[in-house]
Each structure stands twice: as structure tokens, then as C-alpha cells.
Write a protein that binds this ligand. Structure first.
Ligand code: HEC
Ligand code: HEC
Ligand code: HEC
Ligand code: HEC
Length: 475
């Protein structure tokens, strides 16, 4: 199997850039003290890169590490996200996310985590490998639509056995010939075409962010009539670069019924979904993006080994690393910087949790109205459309992995809108019921235990970690 077949033009282009840089920017190249040594094109296992790039390789292995460091909301333990934010049990009922949903951990764990998670989360099929395996682009080229459609295990088996548990590796972000960074994911290139943009137009800042953005983005798994997966893209078609909003994402999802991946059992509504939109939130006019930063500035700070400076490849929360990344630019101390992060996150959590609980109330109101034949259908339809808006917005903030820090003002705007639409939805369902002479309860019982598919496993984990989460937005 050939790796990354079809991306030769990019390799050639990158080579051209390297040559240009080598001529124009000699001083910069030398200061890194790296002798750029090509790696055999088909060599996917990171160990093979060790010989030439031992510092990057060794720091990459540290991604195995767990722990929370001084992080409040994140860190590298697979904390159960459903018990952190229990309203999600109502929002995700009928979907794999409602069965098992954990906080992310380090890059070296991804395939293991994908194989260990509840099988309902791999139901979409081979397509799940797209961000998790280096072999994904080649498998897609080889298998065509079957790559998306076939059961996960069948596609996974095609990966050489020794690499079946291997996640993202050097070759996913670096061209083995030139060692320059480059994205490799087909869904990313397909989406760029939708936006009328090509990799040639990338600035240095874009390049440093898109190697992360090829995976740390929301995506759509398109379905056929039998609800089998047939494609993968990022819902950015309505957006422009640097301004991908939740409004545009929602429009792109709703533009085609094939983009609706599941049906909410409680409300009966067919929905799309939002996953980890780090790239979208960060690049949408955040202060740091506007100041020219990219993901590696905060997640791959420079380290020194004697006289050599290198980027750590232990990509983790800056709060696990004593704010070292931030202190490259900010001269305030680590505790001041940490407090800025936590303040932003607490505010985002408060707004998001209020919105999430309101959306869960709205879902239960719709459930009651659905069951009442006399309830006003026009009002109920409006209630459902407001619920969809609340769903996409709440999930956008909940799935984004910085709890608002990547773009504090935008996160609060989206969470505020989520609350507004959730309240509208609930009011409309209540009106539909009242018009039919049915008196809805003052507050709906969320019946969380009914939707908790994992017993108290997750709750115990939280207690063990002694975390202080605000569940109801009132604390
Ligand atoms: C091939 C897809 C892919 C690429 C490329 C990628 N990531 Fe990730 N990243 C993931 C996945 C998947 C996880 C979650 C792994 C898990 O939970 O097992 C993750 C987790 C993380 C985490 C959480 C680590 C922790 O300890 O909790 C950080 C931080 C991160 N990535 C940053 C980055 C940065 C920065 C880049 C770009 C330099 C990047 N990622 C590129 C897929 C990717
Ligand atoms: C200005 C610094 C900064 C930039 C730039 C930045 N991040 Fe972050 N990121 C953070 C902070 C702070 C957190 C919150 C960590 C915490 O709460 O422990 C975070 C959290 C994360 C997490 C979750 C980490 C975990 O422990 O689970 C991921 C994944 C992530 N960022 C990816 C990205 C990606 C991808 C980009 C670029 C699109 C990016 N970040 C840009 C500072 C930054
Ligand atoms: C998730 C994406 C990603 C992965 C995986 C990755 N790198 Fe990198 N690497 C980067 C980024 C981003 C930079 C910074 C490039 C820049 O400064 O423009 C970088 C920089 C480098 C550099 C240049 C020197 C430095 O430290 O800044 C070397 C050498 C390197 N990586 C080797 C490796 C090796 C070896 C592996 C596998 C063990 C690897 N990389 C895996 C994204 C990645
Ligand atoms: C590469 C340099 C760089 C890094 C790394 C960096 N920042 Fe910044 N930060 C800036 C710049 C530039 C601004 C814009 C405002 C200014 O000029 O102070 C800024 C602004 C801020 C602000 C005020 C922005 C706002 O939205 O009100 C905070 C708070 C902040 N940074 C915290 C952090 C934290 C925490 C980290 C690490 C997770 C970090 N920064 C990493 C350069 C950086």
C-alpha cells in the first residue's frame, strides 16, 4: 500500500518552498541547527524517524502521559464527559455520544482509545479511522466508498498488524522527503475546494495551524438512504477563511438531508453533529489569531537541549506545563496566566451549562408535546427548529476543547445564543401544550438516570478526581 498517494503535487510544492526558503532565509534555517534528513517515503512508524530527530521523537513519546497538572477542565485523563455535564445525556439520547464520551488525551493514545471506546461510537464504520490512523488516506484511495461504509473492524484489519494501534505519526504532519509541515487529510483538501481555496494561498501562520486543523475541526459523515456512511467533509462551504461561524456551519449541515447523522430519541428530530471545533473557534477573529499565533505557539513551546532549540512534540494543555508556552510571550507569572485561563473557562462553563440545561428542558417539553395529539403542530414545529439551533450551539461550545479560552468573546456569544434558542423552544412547546388544554409542569424532570447507559462508573471517576464542576450554572 502506498502512503498518501495523490499528494505528490503538494510534496513537490513544499520542496519548491524549501528551496526558496533555503535561498532567502539561510540564517533562519541554520539557527535551528537541524540537518534536514529525508525519511523513506513509506516509513510511517515514528521510531524510524528517531535516528535523525531524537528530540522530537522522545518528546512525542511523552504524549502517553496522563494527569491533570494545574488544569481545571482539561488535562490528559479520559474523564467521563457525560457525568461532567449530565444534560448531555438528554441531548445525545439515541447517539453513540450518549453512551460513552471522554475527555481527550495524548496523541499516542488515540487508536487505543478508539478501539477501547463503546462499540456504538465506531458504528459509522471505516470512516472513523480518518483522523486516527496514518493509513486513512491510502485506505480511502484503495477502497473508495467502501472505506466509509464497511464496518470499522473490516477496514481496520487492512492496516499492517504491527501498526494497528498506531495513531497520528510524524508523516501525518511532515513530508518525509523535505520534513516540512503539510496536512495530509483528504477531507481537508476536499473542503478547501468547496471554499474555493487552495493550499498555495496559505500563509506561514495558516500552515502551522492547518496541520492541527486537519483533525481538530468539526466534520460531517454523510449518510445514504440506509444510513450507511458514504463521505466525510468539514461544513465550511458557507464560510470564508478566518471566519467560520456556527451560523455558517449550521447552514452547511442543513443544506443536505444526507448530512443528518442521527435521530434524537427524545425529540424525534434528525440532527447533524458538531465535533471538536478548535480550529474554527480559534481562527474566527480571536485576539491570539489576529496577533498572528498558531496552535503550536501554545501547544508545542520551544525547548532547549544544550544549544539546540526544538519544538516539543508533547502536545498537551499549557496548564500541564506551568504555562511555559504563554511565558514565551507574556512576562506575567505562571499563576497570573493560569488565573486568566480559569476565569475565562469558568464564565464559559457557566454560560454553556445554563444553555445545556435549558436545551435539555426544551427537549423534554418537545417530548411531552410530541405525545399529545392535540398539541398545536405549527407551534411545535417552531419549537423544534429553535431546539436544533440550541443543540448545535451548545454542542459547539461543549465539544470545543478549550472551554472558551481559544476565543473567549465568541464562545460567550455562541453560548448566549444557545440559551436564547433553548428558552424560545421551551416556551413554544409549552404554548403548544397549553393551547391543547394540557398543563406542563413548572420544571421538567430530566430523568437523567433513564439515559445514563454507563451506571455510575463515570460519576465515580469524577469523585475520585475530586473535581469541582458546576452542573447547573448557578454556582
Ligand atoms: C491526525 C489527526 C490529528 C492531528 C493532525 C492533530 N491532532 Fe491533536 N488530537 C487528535 C486526537 C484524535 C486527539 C485525542 C486522542 C485521545 O483522546 O486518545 C488529540 C488530542 C490533542 C490534545 C489533547 C492532549 C491531552 O493530553 O489531553 C492536544 C493538546 C492536541 N491534540 C493538540 C494538537 C496540535 C497542537 C496539533 C497540531 C500541531 C494536533 N493536535 C494535530 C488528533 C489529531
Ligand atoms: C494562545 C494559546 C493557545 C492557542 C494559540 C491554541 N490553544 Fe489550544 N488551548 C489553550 C489553552 C489555555 C487550553 C485549555 C487547557 C486547559 O484547560 O487545561 C487549550 C486547550 C486545547 C485542547 C484540549 C487540551 C486538553 O488537555 O484536553 C486542544 C485539543 C487544543 N487546545 C487544540 C488547539 C488547536 C488545534 C489550536 C489551533 C487551532 C489551538 N489549540 C490553539 C491555549 C491555546
Ligand atoms: C501533529 C503534527 C505533528 C506531528 C505528528 C509531528 N510534528 Fe514535527 N512539527 C510539527 C510542527 C507544527 C512543527 C513546527 C514547525 C514550524 O515551526 O513551522 C514541527 C517541527 C518539527 C521539526 C523542526 C524542528 C523543531 O523542533 O521545530 C522536526 C525535526 C520535527 N518536527 C520532527 C518530527 C518527528 C520526528 C515527528 C514524529 C516523532 C514529528 N515531528 C511529528 C508538527 C508535527
Ligand atoms: C506567541 C506569543 C504569545 C503566546 C505564546 C501567548 N500569547 Fe497571549 N497574547 C499575545 C498577544 C500578542 C496578545 C494581544 C494583546 C497584547 O498585545 O497584549 C495576547 C493577549 C492575551 C490576553 C488578553 C487577550 C484577551 O482576549 O483579552 C490574555 C489573557 C493572554 N494573551 C493569555 C495567554 C495565555 C494564558 C497564553 C498561554 C496559554 C498565551 N497568552 C500565549 C501573545 C501571546
Amino acid at each position: 500500500m502506498r502512503q498518501h498517494k495523490g499528494y505528490v503535487p503538494i510534496a513537490v510544492m513544499m520542496l519548491a518552498i524549501v528551496v526558496t526558503v533555503a535561498i532567502a532565509g539561510c540564517a533562519k534555517q541554520q539557527s535551528t541547527a537541524y540537518k534536514w534528513t529525508p525519511i523513506t517515503a513509506n516509513e510511517t512508524a515514528p521510531a524510524a524517524w528517531n535516528e535523525h530527530y531524537p528530540r522530537q521523537y522522545e518528546s512525542f513519546l511523552l504524549n502517553d502521559e496522563g494527569g491533570q497538572g494545574s488544569s481545571k477542565y482539561k488535562g490528559s485523563d479520559p474523564v467521563d464527559r457525560l457525568s461532567e455535564f449530565p444534560y448531555q445525556l438528554v441531548l445525545f439520547d439515541g447517539f453513540g455520544f450518549g453512551v460513552e464520551y471522554n475527555e481527550p488525551r495524548g496523541h499516542t493514545m488515540m487508536m487505543k482509545d478508539l478501539l477501547d471506546v463503546d462499540a456504538s461510537r465506531r458504528k459509522a464504520g471505516g470512516v472513523c479511522l480518518s483522523c486516527k490512523s496514518t493509513y486513512a488516506p491510502a485506505l480511502r484511495d484503495e477502497m473508495g466508498v467502501d472505506y466509509f461504509k464497511k464496518p470499522f473492524a473490516e477496514v481496520h484489519e487492512k492496516i499492517p498488524e504491527k501498526n494497528q494501534k498506531m495513531g497520528v505519526t510524524c508523516v501525518d504532519c511532515h513530508d518525509p522527503e523535505t520534513i516540512q509541515i503539510r496536512p495530509t487529510r483528504f477531507a481537508f483538501f476536499d473542503t478547501l475546494k468547496l471554499m474555493g481555496k487552495g493550499p498555495k494561498s496559505f500563509t506561514k501562520q495558516d500552515k502551522r495551524s492547518v496541520v492541527c486543523g486537519q483533525c481538530h475541526v468539526t466534520y460531517v459523515i454523510q449518510k445514504d438512504k440506509e444510513m450507511k456512511s458514504v463521505g466525510l467533509f468539514y461544513p465550511w462551504g458557507e464560510s470564508s477563511w478566518g471566519n467560520i461561524t456556527i451560523e455558517d456551519i449550521e447552514k452547511a449541515i442543513k443544506s443536505d438531508p444526507a448530512n443528518l447523522e442521527w435521530t434524537s430519541k427524545i425529540t424525534g428530530i434528525k440532527l447533524g453533529h458538531i465535533r471538536h471545533p478548535e480550529f474554527e473557534l480559534f481562527t474566527n477573529n480571536s485576539t491570539h489569531w489576529k496577533a498572528g499565533l498558531s496552535c503550536p505557539d501554545c501547544h508545542m513551546p520551544y525547548e532547549r537541549d544544550g544549544s539546540t532549540k526544538f519544538s516539543t512534540h508533547h502536545m498537551q494543555s499549557p496548564l500541564k506545563d506551568d504555562m511555559k508556552a504563554c511565558r514565551q510571550c507574556h512576562d506575567q507569572g505562571a499563576s497570573w496566566l493560569r488565573e486568566r485561563v480559569i476565569t475565562t473557562q469558568d464564565r464559559t462553563n457557566n454560560a454553556m451549562t445554563r444553555a445545556g440545561n435549558a436545551a435539555a428542558q426544551a427537549a423534554k417539553a418537545i417530548e411531552m408535546a410530541n405525545k399529545a395529539p392535540a398539541a398545536d403542530r405549527a407551534l411545535l414545529t417552531k419549537a423544534k427548529s429553535n431546539y436544533e439551533k440550541a443543540y448545535y450551539r451548545t454542542v459547539f461550545i461543549g465539544a470545543e476543547n478549550s472551554m472558551g479560552f481559544h476565543n473567549p468573546t465568541e464562545a460567550l456569544r455562541v453560548a448566549g445564543d444557545a440559551l436564547y434558542y433553548a428558552k424560545q423552544s421551551e416556551i413554544l412547546s409549552r404554548e403548544a401544550l397549553i393551547k391543547a388544554g394540557i398543563d406542563p409542569p413548572e420544571k421538567f424532570d430530566l430523568e437523567l438516570s433513564k439515559y445514563n447507559n454507563r451506571g455510575d462508573k463515570g460519576l465515580k471517576l469524577i469523585q475520585a478526581l475530586n473535581k469541582e464542576f458546576t452542573y447547573d450554572g448557578t454556582k
